[in-house]
Design a protein around this ligand. Structure first.
Ligand code: GLP
Length: 247
């Protein structure tokens, strides 16, 4: 695993954006696996800036998002489809038909999981998969559990995730209890993985993911087994990993 420790959120975002830009420049029709949450927002802002300056184009890029809340319509302002439009897609030249997010309104979530998995497989999986990390070490919406889920599936969200994400909703009661998420197997098939993490509240998860045992109780720990992972973290997020790393 390659680790970049950056001073703060902005530096983390610029570094992550440069890695994505390198991918897009070297393979203009690449498949980007994209993520939501507050961690990648600055990365997307930097990419938009480079697009506006004429330095980067997403014209041929295909994208697959990690996950979607189950039960939210695409135009719900907390859905991940809405997030992607607002934070990236509406501001760059990616073709709408080349962007993919699981359907949060699918009547049959198992069938939707299977459809989405096939779609990602049909695209050859991601050339580069961007990930944030939950405070409990989740990636996508793969919560700590007894075994690593393989393919795209319906997830029951952990209580801690509902609490963490309540800040975006009117109250915790409004946070959906379930989500459709790529599985760990889907994520691990990406050729490159880029993880962005910032803030002291992630420090424990980062330390466990990078230096702890590989266990489905810390889903991000599986990344230790992937041959091409880059972690870009700010100093606060690295504080505990740095201690363990020295020991
Ligand atoms: C959500 C998303 C994850 C994201 C995580 C962390 O639950 N499903 O993909 O990485 O939360 O979010 P944040 O970056 O806002 O801390």
């Amino acid at each position: 695993m390659r680790i970049y420790q950056e001073k703060d959120y902005n530096a983390m975002s610029r570094r992550a954006a440069s890695i994505i830009a390198a991918q897009v420049v070297s393979k203009p029709d690449c498949v980007l696996g994209l993520a939501t949450g507050s961690s990648p927002v600055g990365t997307y802002q930097q990419l938009i800036k480079w697009y506006e300056q004429g330095d980067l184009s997403f014209r041929e890029v295909r994208s697959v998002n990690l996950d979607e809340y189950y039960g939210l319509a695409p135009d719900h302002d907390q859905s991940y489809r809405y997030f992607m439009q607002a934070n990236l897609f509406d501001h760059v030249d990616i073709r709408p038909e080349n962007t993919n997010v699981p359907d949060g309104l699918a009547k049959d979530p198992a069938a939707e999981g299977a459809r989405y998995e096939k779609l990602v497989e049909g695209l050859g999986y991601a050339d580069l998969q961007l990930l944030g990390m939950g405070r409990n070490g989740h990636i996508g919406f793969n919560e700590p559990c007894g075994e690593f889920p393989v393919a795209t599936h319906l997830v029951d969200l952990a209580e801690s995730t509902i609490e963490a994400n309540a800040r975006f909703f009117a109250s915790a009661d409004d946070v959906p209890r379930q989500a459709l998420s790529m599985g760990i197997g889907t994520i691990m098939r990406a050729r490159k993985i880029l993880v962005v993490v910032s803030g002291a509240d992630k420090a424990e998860a980062v330390a466990k993911a990078v230096f702890g045992p590989v266990t489905p109780e810390v889903p991000a720990s599986i990344l230790q087994l992937h041959p091409d992972v880059t972690l870009v973290a700010d100093e606060a997020a690295m504080s505990k990993a740095a201690e363990v790393g020295k020991a």
